[in-house]
Ligand binder design. Sequence first.
Ligand SMILES: [Zn+2]
Length: 471
Amino acid sequence: MLDARHLLPLLLLAPVAAAQVPGPRFTGKTLRFDYQHSGTATEEQVSLEEIRAEGDWAGPAGRLVDDTNLGKYLFQVVDLENQQVLYSSGFSSIYGEWETTGEAKKMRRSFHESMRFPEPTVPAQLVLKKRQPDGSFRELHSLVVDPASRFVNRAPITPRGMLKTHFDSGPAAKCVDLLVLGEGYTAQQSDKFEKDVERLGGALFATEPFKSRKSQFSLRSLLVPSMEPGISNPRKGIWRDAPLGLSFNAFDSDRYVLTYANRTLREAAAQAPYDALIILFNDRKYGGGGIFNLWATVASDTEPAPYVFVHEFGHSFAGLADEYYSSQVSYENFNPPGSEPWEPNVTALLDPAKLKWRDLVAAGTPIPSPWDKERYDKLDLEYQAKRKAQIERKASEEDAEALMREVKASTKPLLEGEKLAGKVGAFEGAMYEAKGLYRPEVDCIMFTRNPTFFCKVCTRAIERVIERLTH
Ligand SMILES: [Zn+2]
């Protein structure tokens, strides 16, 4: 382990690399800050693992300072000489979710994380900040990095797996580069993987605003084959040694799929330029997950897979919150009570006059906006009870999907028949809270599995991220 005190004396000896794209202060390459994020519900620590050199920089070429104000955390690269922020990026993390679970009150855990940044030509300070309940950021950790020092790991990235370009819209720094990683596919299933990427990527680019912006995206896929198909499902005693470490039942939530093998995943992904990662796993069981500026995970073979692909990507790409509020989740006070969430599509409505999406609200729309919550909640409660019973009796995926169709048949006409359907307002019930948090429209792909569209507020949030990455 190294810290700033070890690295600082080297600054004087550091030769400065020649300036290239994307500007005189950057070499055009990518560095990765690998660290451990550990702690409990009440305190947390960050420790350096290593600084790793990757390939060409694929992130934004302009607007290097993140002005989107998304994420629970903020990463900054600061010029040591003049304290100017050279690059910044908001993000969320598995740790940031875990610390809101009951487990974090009982034990200490550690998660591996990475922040990638354009390699500066000069020594720089890396700063990690955490968002406070009032929305501001407080420093959590900082260290000095000299890109020219021998402490940057410049070992070549080992080629592994099969990399394919599905479509390429131009230079990585000017496009949104999506990389879909395959998990739980055997080498013999590589054709299936390719077809799954085409099918689900197709669903994403059939949905606005991705549809009209497709020419600003490139899509690549990488398959590191597994020995056996599928991923681990601990609740059914199914265990797989899948290369990227994906598993069901993250935070003891049946359908929540995460991996803790961050370093392995980053080393594989570093073979391709990418702005955003989606891990597509070969499984019949419904599930997935999405964390802002980290990645999304999606099961390939369930009936609602196209919905899951788009919904989870909404989380990981644009920091969108879940707009639903009744599903079983492991979080407790996901949003600190009395504070305005940073997520662009949820509000605590602390001051209705300052509603963050007020420019999209049509004149005359009441705030908060009325909807038949009681009737919806009654249907949803019935569904939750049936779903719970299904989990307990380890019901088949066919049964689970039949129940999803049943829910859709009852809730879709109800929501579509709402007087304010399709209008932007502030509808109570969002982000795991039935009271006190509000979503922008009656329905949205972040609320139910019914629509194939994002509400206007979510759409605009996605467009803002695309604009930053393609500036
Ligand atoms: Zn929405």
